[in-house]
Design a protein around this ligand. Sequence first.
Ligand code: ATP
Length: 394
Amino acid sequence: MTTTMSDATRETAAGPDEAEGAVVLDRVTKLYGSAAAVDDFSLEIRAGEFLSLLGPSGCGKTTTLRMIAGFEQPDRGDIRISGKSMLGIPPYKRNVNTVFQAYALFPHMTVAQNVAYGLQERRVPKAEVRERVAEALSMVQMREFADRKPTQLSGGQQQRVALARALVNRPSVLLLDEPLAALDRKLREEMQLELKLIQAKLGITFVFVTHDQGEALSMSDRIAVMREGRIEQLADSTTIYSHPVSAYVASFVGQQNFFEGTVSGDGASVAGEYGLLRPAERITSVAPGERARVAVRPEFVEITADRPEAAANAVEGKVIGVSHLGETQQFLVQLGPDASLISRLPTPNAPAVNIGDRVWCSWRPDSVQVFSEDESVDDHGFTKPPTTTAIPTK
Ligand code: ATP
């Protein structure tokens, strides 16, 4: 299979943008009619990187992937792979392969024949085909299934064959369009781990499209969160989760409690219907006197019977829901007629409270994030993480 090169080797042999497997999208726009599916989009994907394009349905993920693959041509801008412009280069002349959600295996062929097909079409010598097919099937742990037909395989096994069929070509870039979407949760999690291991072993660039934030967070070196054909934030998982740049990213990645309010004159707090909300540092993202949206993740919300004495942020409410989720417990606390708050705590530390109890919810200033008000966050048309709670304060 492809020889693994360290990033350092690749980057000294050529600049990072020219390294084998580096993908550069340079101010790319793709129009359908007058609407831009991808809008002046720039992204530099490093050689050997696992990069995910994450975003709601219709934000342009698949279009971006199809342009890298060569199935679509950009209307403006340039796409470079391993330093070479791909404008006008057909898919089969790019050193790129794509794995789709639908496995699209030939049903009348065995697993080995499916994997061999592309090589045979390219007239690769028989002995080499045999060797490369065996190698690709070993990589996805499917060698013992070589003589089976696709109908005799589970969904996860079929997806592995589809992966082997792409890997057998030894691409320097592998594009994956929601490849795990059809699998059940347990299998998905297993395959996530396997994909990551395969990628690390081969050292080839993976560009992974998903609308599943958990999948993107667990697998990627970096995530590009997309919104309406552009990148809203590009960063590693920890940064995306802990320091989202906007309410849009904050609401799309993980669960959030949102409050609304007005930034105080000294920028130290946000005044809302449920009192003052205090972040750790002076608010710079929103000017004093302006409306702001404050986010606090459920895992930072503590629940106590009495108001914690030194708490900078505390609100009182009534427990209206308790869910046992195994490792964690989730509490839904009603603050007012249309406002509630979620707290999710590790089961060993979870408070012994029941539905109907009056409790205090509190959180530390360093768990408070303040964003400018973003009206689109409530109606951006995708399924939010379950039970995200918005706190109206108008
Ligand atoms: P999903 O997660 O649903 O696949 P996506 O983020 O991959 O969504 P795209 O498939 O890239 O989104 O679509 C981006 C936008 O471009 C959407 O508004 C879509 O309706 C539009 N679009 C995509 N393909 C075409 C096409 N062939 N003709 C016209 N419009 C298209």
